[in-house]
Design a protein around this ligand. Structure first.
Ligand SMILES: C=CC1=C(C)c2cc3[nH]c(cc4nc(cc5[nH]c(cc1n2)c(C)c5CCC(=O)O)C(CCC(=O)O)=C4C)c(C)c3C=C
Ligand SMILES: [Fe+2]
Length: 391
């Protein structure tokens, strides 16, 4: 049997406070995270946004112990998946490829080559596909395959998403049921799915299937809760973690919490639906910020469902996915990253009068030119604003 490598993809997180700035810079340098019409502006803008955000982010990481637990948990998931596969007679080795922090994708690929792996299964630790997460990691791997013949020749089987996989759905339902049962009145507890958001334009203009996969997933989990565990509870789906001034998927988690509190909901079972590991968005944003908002809104019992981490049914579900991928055809990175309804990736170029998409595009472009000139002047110390004594 060929030597199999299972490459687990995740986002990565800063392990120490001093890593926060460079981690944010890597994240905002990614065109799949901020989509600009002009690639030359990507790095200056990444530098500016990461510098502006670093203080707030550092404070959040400090409140959860000074760094992200994502690497530790992902490596533990990788070890447990490897041993489950070996118990099933599949001689696989697992590798972790983070997109924006250590261990970076390049180093995972270097390890795969050094170990003489003969075929690769790519498994994102994101059950739902988004351009900004799995899509970005698939593209990074594609870049590495294009420049490295030693990696390019390996047969590859990519798992695009598994939001509807029975193993994953069952593991989620199991954890949610435990929290429902711990409520004083389990039958009326409100199940609250909080998914990481993405800008609305990703879905409506670029054709990101993320929202559709999240909605279908929440529905499947509720059906499983009823069918196998006898829980028929009301539920809400909302989106958290928005960044920047543009509109993100709605309803926003904070607004939805206010609304449920106003409706008199007392018992809330909060499900971090797009995350399979504990990290800053579960430990800080949900456990601290949203708990506070919920309490202020009158919700008296706020129970957060733990992330899947190394829950045995989840790991065994991942092993099933790998096993099925190995039995099936090769699925390359382009196929895995393809968007079925690509509407519009970059804004239109044609000028049109009036308050329309074209004028917004051109306003944005002019603002970018102005911003770049300002940045250049700030860095060089020379220019019209200095001449006028304004800088
Ligand atoms: C399903 C998961 C995720 C989606 C979708 C996603 C999109 C997305 N994220 C940002 C901006 C930030 N994300 C940050 C951290 C972070 N995000 C995810 C997951 C998804 N992101 C993870 C797993 C992490 C790592 C958390 C950790 O423990 O370190 C951050 C940094 C933290 C902060 O400052 O808030 C930012 C910023 C955008 C813009 C985006 C979609 C376009
Ligand atoms: Fe994020």
């Amino acid at each position: 049997m060929a030597k199999v490598g299972v490459l687990l993809l995740n986002l990565g997180g800063p392990e120490r406070i001093q890593d926060v700035g460079p981690f944010l810079y890597n994240l905002f340098s990614d065109p799949e995270i901020i989509r600009l019409p002009n690639p030359a502006l990507q790095k200056p803008l990444a530098w500016l946004i990461s510098s502006l955000r670093a203080g707030k982010s550092q404070e959040a990481y400090r409140s959860i112990g000074g760094g992200s637990p994502l690497r530790r948990i992902t490596e533990q998931q990788a070890r447990e998946l490897q041993s489950t596969l070996r118990q099933r007679g599949i001689e696989a080795t697992s590798y972790v490829a983070m997109r924006y922090w250590h261990p970076f994708t390049e180093s995972a690929v270097a390890d795969i080559k050094a170990d003489g792996i003969e075929e690769v299964v790519v498994l994102p630790l994101y059950p739902h596909f988004s351009i900004s997460t799995s899509g970005s990691s698939f593209r990074e791997l594609q870049r590495l395959r294009q420049t490295d013949p030693g990696f390019a020749h390996l047969p590859i089987r990519c798992i695009r998403s598994y939001y509807d996989d029975p193993g994953y759905i069952g593991a989620m339902a199991e954890l949610i049921a435990r929290e429902i049962q711990a409520c004083p009145e389990p039958a009326t507890a409100h199940v609250f799915f909080s998914a990481h958001g993405v800008p609305k334009s990703y879905v409506e203009e670029a054709g990101d299937p993320y929202q559709q996969e999240i909605e279908a997933c929440a529905q499947l989990i509720m059906e499983r809760l009823e069918r196998d565990l006898g829980h028929r509870n009301p539920f809400t789906l909302a989106y958290q973690s928005r960044v920047g001034p543009v509109e993100w998927l709605k309803p926003y988690t904070d607004d939805a919490l206010h609304e449920l509190g106003g409706q008199g909901v007392k018992d809330l079972v909060v499900v971090p639906i797009s995350f399979v590991s504990e990290h800053i968005e579960t430990l800080e944003e949900i456990d601290i910020e949203y708990r506070e908002i919920a309490t202020e809104s009158g919700i008296t019992n706020f129970r957060r469902v733990p992330a899947l981490d190394t829950t045995p049914t989840f790991i065994s579900g991942l092993a099933d996915l790998v096993q099925h991928a190995l039995e099936g055809p090769e699925v390359n990175l382009d196929q895995a990253a393809a968007l079925s309804t690509k509407v519009k990736l970059y804004p239109q170029d044609k000028w049109a009068w009036g308050w329309n998409n074209s004028s917004e595009v051109w306003n944005g472009r002019l603002a970018m030119v102005g911003f770049s000139a300002f940045l250049l002047e700030l860095l060089s110390g020379r220019g019209p604003l200095h001449a006028l004594g304004l800088l």
